[in-house]
Write a new protein. Structure first.
Length: 464
């Protein structure tokens, strides 16, 4: 019983009475079978020295995150895509479609939508022939192939070498484009615009995956609209994007594009991001046109959706570090640098703030675990005291006020961003899409972190 009282007193010296922390001598610690390193003074010193800096870091992280949400929401809402009277026509654009192992019926529908654009089109068979060639030529297109599969980058190189028009538009073999796609996108080309892309729409087939994927795309649209307002879209999706041929042709045919490697292995991912960065480095603008939404089929399973985002995450992280290293970020301006940095750092900031807001609890949990290891025979007593001091933390006026202020900043900025997302969606779809979207966002979040930790795995497509 006396031992129990001493343990309680020891806990109190650490948790509740800060002035008495560390008052136990080394001898008293030995009598309680508590190692000297676990003395209250040691733990209190750590918390006293570190916690003020952690509070400042939490405040800065919260404010920066809130600024990111608010800035993107604002610019997204005021963005109006330009319409230049540039005199360009649909026949000034060649549509290029690499294909490999695509479902034939879906590919046929893709080519039918492409053939309605009024533009010449080229299909590059990445080591495939047969029915792909037949349907291409039947719809008036040109089919090019080679014996063995060499990947999308090589297919783009072979295809773009055949392009004679002023503009080239890349379309994936599973993307349905609306009838007005080329005519709408080409209107965005002012003198300083080097690349234009549409928004992506996930086809609603009634599944939760389709709804969740569409919600994520609409969240991305808010950011892409904001960046397009400044003419600095971070990426023109490889699923569909249009460029000035003179700006990208030589680059796509170079070893810098087709021979990109990481740790000695060829990179199959991130061709769209690399092209966008190239255009920005050349001093041109990149914009997205929200008037056009091309249709993409959703993944069949959540696991496939996760793998797709993991692939994009790995490519994105690699491009992020490359853009910082080669100067793309600095050349594109401060706003682009802020958006680029926050796009990849935000998930890490969210984890950091979530952990550090409850730093005292983490310290107490660590102490609790140490005491249990030292005196496992008093587990029930340790648990009671731990829960007691946990309650003291949540009832603390300063802790409560701080959490309320930070929570208000976070919730307000997130709510504004959520309203901006809602503005891109049909009213009837909003509620059901939000629920599925939370799961999709969680998977995207996990994929972002995993992609950073496995960034070297750039040679596998994962979903094909």
């Amino acid at each position: 019983m006396q031992d129990h009282f001493k343990i309680i007193t020891f806990y109190d010296s650490i948790y509740t009475d800060r002035l008495q922390c560390g008052r136990f001598s080394n001898l008293q610690c030995k009598r309680l079978n508590v190692p000297i390193s676990f003395n209250g003074r040691f733990l209190y010193t750590i918390e006293k020295l570190i916690y003020p800096f952690i509070l400042l870091a939490i405040l800065l992280a919260t404010v920066i995150s809130a600024l990111y949400y608010l800035v993107n929401a604002y610019y997204s809402c005021i963005y109006v895509p330009p319409e230049f009277n540039n005199g360009y026509r649909a026949d000034n654009v060649t549509i290029l479609i690499p294909v490999y192992n695509e479902d034939f019926n879906r590919f046929s529908n893709v080519l039918k939508s492409v053939s309605k654009q009024g533009s010449p089109f080229i299909v590059v068979g990445d080591g495939v022939n047969g029915r792909y060639k037949w349907i291409t030529e039947a719809l008036g297109g040109t089919f090019v192939t080679y014996p063995e599969r060499n990947g999308k980058r090589y297919a783009m190189r072979v295809g773009v070498s055949q392009v004679k028009t002023e503009f080239v538009m890349f379309v994936d073999s599973d993307v349905i484009i609306p009838e007005n796609t080329v005519r709408s996108l080409i209107k965005n080309f002012g003198e300083r615009v080097g690349g234009v892309g549409p928004m992506i729409k996930i086809v609603d087939n009634g599944t939760k995956i389709s709804k969740g994927s569409e919600f994520v795309e609409r969240a991305r649209e808010v950011v892409l609209r904001a960046m397009s307002h400044k003419g600095k879209s971070i990426m023109l999706d490889g699923q569909c994007s249009m460029y000035r041929t003179s700006l990208v042709k030589d680059f796509i045919c170079s070893d810098e594009f087709t021979g990109l490697k990481l740790m000695g292995k060829p990179i199959m991912l991130g061709d769209d991001r690399q092209l966008t960065s190239h255009v920005l480095r050349k001093g041109y603008l990149t914009v997205r046109d929200p008037r056009v939404r091309v249709e993409v089929q959703p993944r069949e399973h959540w696991s496939d959706y996760y793998k797709q985002n993991l692939r994009w995450s790995r490519a994105g992280w690699f491009a992020f570090f490359r853009d910082v290293k080669n100067g793309t970020a600095s050349k594109a301006g401060k706003f682009y640098t802020f958006e680029l940095t926050m796009t990849y750092i935000l998930p890490i900031l969210l984890i950091f703030t979530a952990l550090m807001r409850y730093f005292p609890i983490i310290i107490q949990s660590a102490t609790f675990s140490l005491f249990v290891l030292v005196r496992p025979d008093m587990l029930y007593l340790h648990t009671i005291i731990f829960m007691h001091h946990l309650g003291l933390f949540f009832r603390s006026d300063r802790a409560f006020l701080g959490r309320m202020v930070l929570s208000f900043i976070s919730l307000f900025s997130t709510a504004v961003f959520g309203i901006a997302i809602s503005s891109t969606m049909d009213y009837k779809k909003k509620i059901s899409y939000y629920f599925s979207g939370m799961l999709a966002l969680f998977l995207v979040f996990v994929a972002y972190i995993t992609g950073l930790l496995t960034i070297w795995k750039q040679s596998k497509w994962l979903t094909r």
